[in-house]
Design a protein around this ligand. Structure first.
Ligand code: HEM
Length: 457
């Protein structure tokens, strides 16, 4: 007979399996590299110059170098071979939990990305039920009614980023929570902003006035919101993720606890709307800068009936190519983290157990070694299969066991927004405008992206 505790551990792998990650004591002196500034190490470049820092390391030290980021010794691993070694992880050398926990563990505890092994697979299986193709087809109609209301109400001039962020948050709420956000929308949006910004907080103590403190207050606001709706979701089954998490049962009949449901929702809602907001903003910017491409996409989205039907999605090929090029140039998640579970070796470099590892997809997406004129906007490179020179040179959605669970949902949403937007409006930026980009933790325009959305006659 299993005790309840053992059953819960087998299926849900409760918290006790996740002790706090100790600060790494790895000795990395045998690796090339630099510690950086006293105390801070490379933290400032990691937080503020993720677009430049990896290139400098690559030129000075090659694909593997030691460093010191956010008060820990780390190994920075660069290039597609390193991406493959770490993300495909055929030998089971790496922990996602150990990598992400020191950065976002207090803000997104027990989110899917912070789980490993069988525990991760079990939770992922349950979540995947809402990302099946037939479920996504049902989502499309609901999504488009939310999109229509927002796009029609937008003025002809606006900061695009906040407008698209409140749209994607509302879509995520309608689909994953089965709830309208109503009057609470602004507050919930602000709470998510604070939680995400806090993930790159340099001061890791929640002192008054710090980013981390604001983030933790935001997290508590989100928890309160989800907990208020829990009883109703437990009482009735609906097709959304919130309800599915409330009613999912293990083989042994165990359910997720309230805390587990809330932890998953906070993470998925952030992962779903912040990343898609980033992708849609960079895409809108690139289309405004390249009216020829905007014209081609206008023709394409006008050639399929609106509202968009699931079977027409694959016809939007040029829209998909522009999305890919936007994700290449401005990957919403510019870097990923892991931690070595055991000693291992990459290209002759010894990586000791318990070492935090950074890999940089932003860097790989801009490598002239793999891309022709990498800084140039050219969606045709995907038609020429340029992204296939190495299987791990283009990884906006990650790869391996933690590959983004929402990648099809993201594409669906981008196509639906682009169809509604481009059919009604022409996107224009001031002559000579270049979007100032904050690369990490999630790529976004620093100035909110001022756009003109001129109504088509
Ligand atoms: C353009 C949009 C998106 C991008 C670029 C993106 C990017 C990523 C990346 C790079 C990872 C892997 C992180 C790692 O391996 O450490 C990831 C994981 C994840 N994403 Fe996304 N994402 C997007 C949209 C979404 C959406 C729409 C959802 C939800 C509906 C979502 C939910 C998740 C979840 C739950 C994980 C963790 C998966 C796991 O650990 O098994 N993402 N995403």
């Amino acid at each position: 007979m299993h005790s309840v505790h053992v059953i819960r551990r087998r299926f849900f792998m409760v918290e006790s399996l996740y002790p706090p990650v100790p600060r790494s004591q790895s000795d990395l002196r045998h690796l090339p590299g630099e510690r950086g500034l006293p105390v801070l190490g490379q933290t400032l470049s990691f937080v503020f110059r993720m677009d430049e820092m990896p290139r400098r390391l690559w030129e000075r030290y090659g694909p593997v170098s030691r460093g010191h980021v956010l008060f820990e010794p780390v190994v920075n691993m660069l290039g597609p071979d390193a991406n493959q070694f770490v993300l495909a992880d055929r030998a089971g050398n790496f922990s996602a939990y150990g990598g992400w926990e020191p950065i976002i563990g207090r803000l997104f505890p027990r989110g899917l990305m912070l789980r490993d092994g069988e525990d991760h697979r079990a939770h992922r299986r349950i979540m995947q039920t809402v990302f099946r193709k037939d479920t996504l087809a049902e989502d499309l109609a609901l999504m488009q009614s939310v999109i229509r209301q927002h796009v029609e109400a937008w003025p002809e001039q606006l900061p695009f980023y906040p407008a698209i962020k409140s749209l994607t948050l509302e879509i995520a709420a309608a689909i994953f929570l089965g709830l309208p956000l109503g009057r609470e929308a602004r507050e919930i949006n602000a709470a998510f902003v604070d939680v995400v910004e806090a993930s790159m907080a340099i001061i890791k103590a929640p002192l008054p006035g710090t980013l981390l403190r604001r983030g933790l207050i935001g997290r508590r606001r989100l928890e309160r919101f989800f907990r208020e709706h829990l009883p109703a979701k437990r009482a009735a089954e609906t097709p959304d993720l919130f309800s599915r998490l409330c009613h999912a049962r293990s083989e042994d009949g165990e359910r997720f606890s309230d805390a587990e449901v809330v932890d998953h929702l906070v993470f998925v809602m952030m992962a779903a709307h912040d990343t898609t907001t980033s992708a849609l903003s960079s895409m809108a910017y690139l289309l405004a800068r390249h009216p020829d491409w905007q014209g081609s996409l206008y023709d394409e989205v006008s050639s399929v009936p609106a509202p968009l039907a699931h079977e027409d999605l694959d016809r939007l090929e040029q829209t998909a190519a522009v999305l890919r090029e936007a994700l290449r140039l401005y990957p919403p998640l510019p870097a990923m983290r892991r931690r070595t579970l055991r000693d291992c070796e990459f290209e002759g470099f010894h990586l000791p157990a318990d070492t935090p590892i950074n890999i940089f997809n932003h860097f790989t997406h801009h490598m002239p070694e793999y891309w022709d004129e990498p800084e140039r906007f050219d969606p045709t490179r995907f038609q020429r299969q340029e992204h296939r020179r190495h299987p791990f040179q283009f990884i906006p959605f990650g790869a391996g066991a933690h590959t983004c669970i929402g990648l099809h949902f993201a594409e669906l949403q981008v196509k639906a927004v682009m169809q509604a937007l481009l059919r009604q409006r022409r996107l224009v930026v001031e002559p000579g405008y270049h979007m100032p980009c904050q690369v990490s933790p999630i790529s976004k325009p620093r100035d909110g992206l001022p756009l003109q959305l001129i109504r088509r006659g």
